[in-house]
Design a protein around this ligand. Structure first.
Ligand SMILES: Cc1cc2nc3c(=O)[nH]c(=O)nc-3n(C[C@H](O)[C@H](O)[C@H](O)COP(=O)(O)OP(=O)(O)OC[C@H]3O[C@@H](n4cnc5c(N)ncnc54)[C@H](O)[C@@H]3O)c2cc1C
Length: 237
């Protein structure tokens, strides 16, 4: 597969490459595909942190196509982890649907870093969707006593089938994707009407929605930059 400039830039910035092997592949309802992966020595070499993601290189008609995916339940002893793909019409999603045990794919580890702030936040405000559900689940697993409110956008009812790791003191609000994401933005901005100095805000949804929500937090509410973790997980086209 022809590698492009992205691969060279990532290598220059210290990106480490690994070959992953598919061990198992199963659908989760109609909207997700869960793959069990042997990561070789990826976990031992790079360590693991909540929300950790890797860059996978997909073959898109002979060209290299790089997309980010989140490690689910990484097990350092076996070197295994899961990848959970939200399905849509894209090259990465198509690969996930057709992957068979024994198939391999290249991964680069570069750019993923996250630690919960110290002192730990008292509250987490999480905004995401099917693509960032694995990351949000790993945050909930690491959240300790912090209480979390999560707004999760869904494009199809079946996207709610993936289990959410909320604890009894957390709240989850599923929001249908409407008006190109405006409904999620309106729901979240209406609920968050004042800055919470003891909170961490985590915003990982579609690009335009992520931008609007961060603008609301930073410009309108005046939330400190360090208290907002935001990254567009996908772009509507
Ligand atoms: C740090 C990080 C971690 C991520 N972890 C995960 C993960 O664990 N699981 C996961 O499923 N995704 C995850 N994503 C999102 C994933 O990388 C994107 O959805 C990616 O665009 C999929 O690539 P593709 O080749 O399938 O589609 P693309 O070629 O990027 O897009 C093809 C078409 O599909 C649409 N599309 C792309 N993604 C989505 C989506 N999520 N929902 C609806 N339509 C979409 C596009 O608008 C376009 O029309 C993560 C993203 C980031 C930045």
């Amino acid at each position: 597969m022809k590698r492009n400039w992205e691969a060279l830039v990532l290598k220059a910035f210290g990106g480490r490459s690994f070959q992953l092997t598919v061990l198992d592949n199963e659908p989760v309802g109609d909207h997700y595909q869960r793959l069990l992966i042997d990561g070789g020595d990826l976990l031992q070499t790079c360590g693991v942190h909540p929300t950790m993601w890797i860059r996978l290189w997909f073959n898109n008609e002979g060209r290299s196509h790089q997309r980010a995916y989140t490690l689910v339940d990484p097990d350092a002893d076996s070197g295994h982890f899961y990848l959970v793909f939200a399905l849509h019409d894209g090259c990465a999603a198509r690969w996930a649907m057709s992957a068979r045990p024994g198939d391999t794919i290249e991964a680069t580890v570069q750019g993923s870093s996250f630690t919960l702030p110290d002192p730990a936040p008292a509250r987490l405000y999480l905004v995401g969707d099917a693509a960032s559900l694995p990351a949000i689940n790993s945050l909930l697993d690491a959240a300790g006593p912090a209480s979390a409110t999560a707004w999760l956008e869904y494009a199809h009812e079946g996207e709610q089938v993936l289990s959410l790791h909320t604890r009894p003191h957390d709240e989850a609000v599923w929001v249908p994707r409407r008006d190109n994401g405006s409904h999620l933005v309106d729901t979240v901005t209406a609920a968050l009407s004042a800055a919470d100095d003891e909170a961490l805000y985590w915003v990982t949804c579609e690009a335009a929605s992520t931008r609007s929500i961060v603008k609301h937090l930073r410009r309108r509410l005046g939330v400190d930059k360090e208290k907002v973790e935001a990254l567009a997980y996908w772009r509507a086209r």
